[in-house]
Design a protein around this ligand. Sequence first.
Ligand code: FAD
Ligand code: A2P
Length: 369
Amino acid sequence: MYSQSTVIAGGLAHIPVVIGVFSFIQKSFSKRASNSLQEIEPKKSQINPVEQQSDSRPAPVAKAAANTSVKKKHADVPVNIYRPKTPFEGTVIENYSLLKEGAIGRVNHITFDLKDSDPFLNYIEGQSIGIMPAGEDNNGKPHKLRLYSIASTRHGDDFNGNTVSLCVRQLQYEKDGETINGVCSTYLCDIKPGDKVKITGPVGKEMLLPDEEDANIVMLATGTGIAPMRAYLRRMFEATEKEKNKWNFKGKAWLFMGAPKSANLLYEEDLQRYLTDYPDNFKYTKAISREEQNTKGGRMYIQDRVLESANELFDMIEDEKTHIYLCGLKGMEPGIDEAMTKAAEEKGLNWSELRPQLKKAGRWHVETY
Ligand code: FAD
Ligand code: A2P
């Protein structure tokens, strides 16, 4: 038997050897990683910044594998090019209401010019940016940043690759008989073309699209949760965008969209156009909570629509090429979980087992707020 001190001394004697071996492995691994990145990406100075993180990402592994490989696959996605201490000041290009007459509240589409950013603020579909509202909080400190899902593709709404767009609902609630307006959402809904806005990011790797052109994309959105979905759908179905991205989507995209009233449906004309142009690839199911009722006589929510479509939906989910994206109100998560549990049961499946498996395989994507 060895004494405790012998074991410790012996262990200490091995440390230099262990460090040496570890550093050798680390060096050769990082060299291999940088070599493989060079294979994927041309020199950054040679290309348009917006194409840097683009359609030249590594070929996807055939099967969406465990989390680690999903993370590795996303290693070249841009993050935190701008941070709160040194934000980029983008100029507002446009800011208009997305709502029709009779709608509830205020929801705007806002576009910022990024062309003067240096380094260039590039991003990909499914990411978010931070906005730092002007002014100070009650303690005299600058307002903290708020995150917003990016609603445009990396090529921007004008396809020039120099802009980013958001879809913002003004937060308003009643407190002690007074109407309170959210700081940043009100600031954003009120800004005018020409105004300068402090932008950070991009951030987020949770809501990225898979590379596979034959993937199926199920989207569950409430309200402004449609923002990333709008970017996905433009990438899939918008003619000029498709020419730019050379990503020939061949799968099925199914959007479940929750809105309080028909007048609150967002980007409806575009969605109808995609339905006409791509009837075999796009399905669009709405839940208009204050105009329609569920089977129990309550407000119609997207989880009620999920239940109605349980069979078809789970046929899709059983296909390993299917990804599910959830975005919008945090409050919908328990309802969606409940609906998925029931829907899975109808197919003899167990959602509480299935969901972690989907998550692990990088096929279950959630961004709620
Ligand atoms: P604030 O002034 O910060 O007020 C919010 C606070 O008010 C809450 O923290 C809470 O304390 C209080 N409050 C809110 N509601 C009530 C209530 N009913 N009763 C009492 N108190 C209340 N928003 C979008 O519009 N579009 C998007 O695309 C979007 N994407 C997001 C993506 C991510 C990843 C995250 C995390 C959030 C996203 N948000 C989005 C939400 C956004 O970041 C802000 O939280 C939202 O705009 C409100 O910010 P605000 O500054 O206007 O409100
Ligand atoms: P409602 O507000 O009628 O209860 P918006 O952000 O434009 O208000 O849209 C959000 C949509 O999501 C509304 O239709 C809203 O319905 C609905 N909603 C509210 N709570 C939930 C929930 N827990 N699950 C699913 N949908 C919800």
